[in-house]
Write a protein that binds this ligand. Structure first.
Ligand code: ATP
Ligand code: MG
Length: 762
């Protein structure tokens, strides 16, 4: 990477930034101006020209996908040189520190990481413990407030001292319990990872010196989205000796709601004295029309410095706006438009961006019908699917059987006769004996005080199972261990190979085994003595499915698209309430953030930008008339070409599609398509609460019907008065009390009790 090579690949301003000498610099520039390129070239320059040891370089960004792309670009530039010690997200960086030095901030070595649903469970419990009723305060809101506090590095004690409003005082009480519960579970949440890393580096001088000595060069992409805690982490890493290159664009700050502070940009020179601020003005990504359109929109924001971008790539096509009748029409049209664009660009260079996750369903449906291959980026998280969480829970238990959350999850999955009552009694006993539930399993005498023989036996078998597997874990490589877990637990037996949803679950599990295989084989992990640990961390950190197969059109939220680029981009759902989102339209700051989000979406496009909007939309099953987004009016008219749906003028009043119709439509799709779709359907089903037990009054109405255990068996086709046709997946127990799991067509899995279920075997 000689200067000559640099000058061939970069413009003069970029060269300055890449070869910068001095403590800190901030490159502040618009979308597509080559900020990420500056980071990747600087890494190559440092290693090849300045002779910096790659182990002294850390490059940080926000999403896994962006990190993967950055790693790839750096790898391409570095050729045979080793990769930098760290290229990844803030959370992965924090995790790296805490795995090594966790005990210094009172974390055990094998702490686990909570995901969103675990967090919510613990918040609900903490609310109960703190006497805060969850019908008065939404658990999500309480969790949000705790998260905001953590992002400002405010611990429970300080929080408690500082709040003075009613809601705040309640949050303070919950916060105490929540942290205590995390400590007890030996777990951290995502916010803690950053907070504790900062604490580590601030309080432990020898470690700080060691870490600062190691990472002499810190490079940060998307700097506009850092929050207070992340900035503190950067500061602590850089110290007085390190060199920092940060790049960002204040027009692309889209994480204010998560505590990101644009102030971090505005106060950069104050935070890092002697820093250089640089600008880049030439855009290499988009056509002039796309730049003008996006530039005109974002110019409406008041909170910005203002900048112009130019390109010499020509005006290009106009921005296409499609006015659809409803979201189905919109989705169908998008699928058609993508098919038209594919021959020139290829599927991989196309993207559909949405404001909310829920919007993807209609688009997916249309893409499937048209046979357009697609990848859902950061949609339903692979590692949050029920079956994957189950298996990961087993792996966690093998590392540490005292892990309370994993214990709870694995104990009766698949069902092994350890019901709710047994679980409750076990928990109560654990509390009164002051032991963990796992430890209690070995204490038969204590168990006998509260549990019946059958329950004790079932618990004993579970303990034996985990003990056996733990012995295997010491010798087996990870993929083999995972298969052993599947065998020993009989996990796969609960699935019906004839059932599409079940097949998708099995395929997800196969995917997990592949991921384990991949990690085990991956170079760079060969030196890692603890593949299982690394795998569990990976499962916790994964926030999208991009490393697990993929290809085709990218379908994702605007937030997930940051930093990426595509030949053609569709931004869909330009309606009031969606973009700007109804949560945000009220105050000016949030509205500006929504506008930035739209700007981020528009500027992902290289050649073609398409916008769509609907006249009406089904919201929670009900039709709702939609108003066009105010942002559309901000796009200069002469840059737009408008197309109206013919259906807009046909005043047909169709009945809403019949329940399950969209399922029927999917028949006949390829296995992969079905899997992709049902991967999601399966998730939805698993999140549904199990069927409520019938009330006493209802129960009397039901005739104790078929002497179930007798005629019903696994695989029986059955009919239920309300739920329709289905297939029995499993039966537990006998006679009237038998518990059944039945998969109902078009509805999903339901748990039933034979005597109340009134099932006809057909
Ligand atoms: P964003 O704000 O969206 O993250 P960015 O500023 O990080 O954008 P890059 O992704 O680094 O921009 O660059 C945009 C595109 O322009 C990339 O495809 C990049 O390779 C290309 N590019 C940047 N600088 C140059 C250059 N000097 N010569 C040729 N191509 C360039
Ligand atoms: Mg970038």
């Amino acid at each position: 990477m000689s200067r000559l090579e640099l000058e061939a690949a970069l413009n003069p301003e970029q060269v300055e930034a890449v070869t910068h000498e001095g403590p800190a610099q901030l490159v502040l520039a618009g979308a597509g101006s080559g900020k990420t390129r500056v980071i990747t070239y600087r890494v190559a320059w440092l290693v090849e020209e300045r002779g910096v040891d790659p182990s002294r370089i850390a490059a940080v960004t926000f999403t896994n996908k962006a990190a993967a792309e950055m790693r790839e670009r750096i790898e391409g530039l570095l050729g045979l040189y080793p990769l930098p010690a760290f290229v990844g997200t803030f959370h992965r960086l924090a995790l790296r520190l805490l795995r090594r030095y966790g005990p210094k901030v009172d974390l055990p070595n094998d702490f686990s990481i909570l995901d969103g649903s675990d967090q919510l469970t613990i918040v609900k419990r903490s609310m109960k413990a703190a006497g805060v009723p969850d019908d008065a305060f939404r658990p999500q809101a309480v969790l949000g407030a705790i998260s905001q506090a953590k992002n400002k590095l405010i611990g429970p004690a300080l929080y408690n001292r500082e709040v003075d409003d009613f809601f705040g005082r309640k949050v303070a009480a919950v916060y105490q319990h929540y942290q205590a519960a995390l400590r007890e579970a030996a777990a951290v949440d995502f916010d803690d990872m950053i907070r504790l890393s900062v604490e580590l580096l601030r309080t432990q001088a020898p470690i700080r010196r060691r870490v600062q000595g190691q990472w002499r060069h810190v490079l940060v992409d998307e700097f506009q989205d850092t929050n207070h805690a992340q900035l503190a982490l950067i500061e602590a890493l850089v110290g007085t000796t390190g060199q920092l290159t940060a790049v960002g664009d204040e027009d692309q700050g889209i994480y204010r709601w998560r505590g990101a502070e644009l102030e971090n940009i505005l106060r950069f020179e104050h935070t890092f004295p002697g820093a250089t601020i640089r600008k880049l003005e030439r855009n290499y990504r988009s056509t002039q029309n796309i730049l003008d359109a996006s530039g005109a929109v974002v110019a409406r924001n008041e909170k910005r410095r203002g900048k112009e971008l130019w390109t010499d790539s020509g005006a290009g096509d106009k921005i296409l706006l499609y006015r659809a009748r409803d979201e189905e029409d919109e989705a169908r049209w998008i699928a058609g438009a993508l098919s038209d664009l594919e021959p020139g660009l290829g599927w991989r260079r196309l993207a559909v961006l949405v404001r909310t996750n829920a919007q993807t369903r209609a688009v997916e449906d249309a893409l499937l019908r048209r046979g357009v291959p697609y990848t859902l980026v950061a949609g339903v998280r692979f590692y949050e699917r029920a079956e994957i969480k189950d298996l990961v829970a087993y792996l966690r238990l093998l590392r540490n059987p005292e892990n309370p959350l994993a214990f709870e999850r694995a104990l009766n999955r698949p069902a092994r006769g350890i019901g709710k009552t047994t679980q409750t009694k076990l928990s109560q006993l654990a509390a009164s004996e002051g032991k963990s539930r796992w430890a209690l399993l070995a204490d038969e005498r204590a168990l006998r005080t509260v549990l019946a023989g059958r329950a004790i036996q079932a618990l004993g078998r579970f303990r034996q199972l985990i003990d056996d597997l733990r012995r295997e874990a010491e010798i087996l490589p990870l993929p083999a261990l995972l298969r052993q877990v599947l065998d020993a637990t009989g996990y796969l037996e609960q699935f019906d190979t004839e059932d599409e949803a079940d097949r998708a679950r099995v395929e997800n599990i196969e995917e997990l085994v592949s991921a384990a295989q991949e990690l085990t084989e991956k170079e760079g992990y060969s030196g890692e003595e603890d593949v299982l640990g690394a795998f569990l961390d990976q499962a916790s950190l994964a926030s999208d499915t991009d490393s697990l197969g993929g290809g085709g059109v990218s379908l994702m939220t605007l937030h997930a698209a940051k930093g990426l680029e595509f030949g053609a981009v569709v931004v869909s759902g330009l309606e009031e309430g969606l973009l700007p989102h109804f949560n945000s339209a009220a105050d000016a700051d949030s509205l500006e953030e929504e506008r930035r989000l739209f700007y981020v979406g528009m500027t992902r496009a290289e050649e073609r930008l398409v916008l769509t909007t609907c006249r009406r939309r089904r919201v929670a099953g009900k039709w709702q008339d939609q108003e066009e987004s105010r942002f559309l009016a901000e796009v200069p008219g002469d840059l737009l070409r408008v197309e109206h749906s013919p259906e807009l003028f046909a005043s047909r009043h169709e009945p809403a599609p019949r329940w399950g119709e969209s399922l029927d439509r999917r028949r006949g799709r390829s296995r992969e398509d079905v899997m992709r779709f049902f991967g999601r359907a399966a998730e939805d089903v698993s999140q549904e609460p199990a069927e409520e037990p019938p009330t006493a009054a209802q129960a009397r109405l039901f005739e104790p019907s078929t002497p179930a255990g007798g005629r019903l068996k696994r695989g029986s086709r059955v009919r239920h008065g309300k739920l329709g046709l289905g297939k029995v997946l499993s039966i537990e127990g006998q006679g009237d009390d038998a518990k059944l799991v039945v998969f109902f067509d078009g509805i999903g899995r339901r748990k039933l009790i034979a005597k109340y279920a009134q099932l006809d075997v057909i």
